[in-house]
Design a protein around this ligand. Sequence first.
Ligand code: SF4
Length: 508
Amino acid sequence: MTSPAKPSSKPTTKKPDAHVPDAFSWDADKSPTFEKSARASLQDSQLRRNLGKATKTIREKREVAVSEMPDWELLRQAGSDIKRRVARHLDKYLLQLEESVVRAGGRVHWARDGAEANRIVTGIAKEKNASEVVKVKSIATDEIKLNEHLEAEGIHAYETDLAELIVQLSEDTPSHILVPAIHKNRAEIKDLFQRKFGQKLSDEPEELANAARLYLREKFLKAKVGVSGANFAVAETGTVCVVESEGNGRMCTTLPETLVTVMGIEKIIPEWRDHEVFMQTLPRSSTAERMNPYTSFWTGVSGGDGPKEFHLVLLDNGRTDVLSDRVGRQSLACIRCSACLNVCPVYERAGGHAYNSVYPGPIGAILTPQLVGVGKKGPDSLPYASSLCGACYEVCPVKINIPEVLIHLRGKVVRNRQDKEDDWRGHPLSTLGKKLDPENAAMAGMARAFSDVKRYEQAQKLARAGQLPFKRGGNIKSLPGMLGGWTSVRDLKAVPKRSFRDWWRENR
Ligand code: SF4
């Protein structure tokens, strides 16, 4: 075996923010709107080509894998039922999980938010005198910016999932839940590895994977602490499960003497036998595989085998707020398969970075605004990042009705804006000021017109006369002011000379 490649430099983790909000750790207050970010990514034709090719391939393979299962719909229903039961009795299952983990020799930590979870993990790493940790891909730790916090405390986190390593080495951010470097092609990865590992490489996948393997092997063998996420944790037995395709997760969870798992509280499943459902639906929905290549299970600690210490960090970070919303809580059933991303026409064109969140695509569009709370410009724009075609709902293996939640959240965003106390300059708005807000006034006017037949017909007459300067053929291509938002991306059908009601009155 050749000796591990020496990197030309240590992969850098982006600098921690001066202030990381307690409630949530991505810059929800400062992030731009989806529309603005999507406009920028739509200019990148290479990105669109990479994404289009990758999502088409996964989509087609998934369709074949799913069509082989005669009971697919029953499995979807079973998955949905299990996750909804978890949401209804989460308090009970969390306590049961804690008891099971402790019984098996592990320790359980409760973290209200990202800051608390980061303090716990950093504290454990420091206690073990670790200057480096190895990590298996975990979106929960991306959500709380764990790597940046560890870096600030002098501890470097090595991502060991190949795609995450690519993202980390290129100082980029993930753009897909399952394939974080989906926006990069082989040639770009070859250039990156040549630069970072200081060796000549071809763009053959085997050669690139081997270079990464040699680099990572040394890290696995040296690390005192491993950090993982969790796909599932069984309340009944305390068993934690990680599902991955490369074997890096198994190295992370077995080689270091101390293992820390950071898990969102919604990842619980009640019983061991529930795996029967998810081990069939998750691999087929995510990578289109009949069976997942590497599935690791561990229950506390066992002498002479694997880590000597196991810590489970249960992360809330906004999840209990999501749980309190009758419609929105179904988002917590997500098993992060990413099938909804691969079928979404908006995601395919705009790419993951346009969502400005660790959760891109349709699931990100409903999860992010709920986790950070309505009232922030960037996240508030996400429920609108959809054509409501419903493809995401059709493929979701746990039947999350994403279009329903999107519409529900749009309503919340609008109601929040109508109730806002300040104008755009931060000046307090009087009751009259709220009424005069152009959007509020337009919505109130439409609500009045649509609630009464006479008023509706009157409004139609007015619109018929008012459209004349803008009408070209049967379409209106451009409207002034606020209304221009509609016609900037699509034509508006002109109000016809005669309405259906008029026709009906004349012909019945
Ligand atoms: S919402 Fe459904 S389809 Fe999308 S990632 Fe989650 S489980 Fe998969």
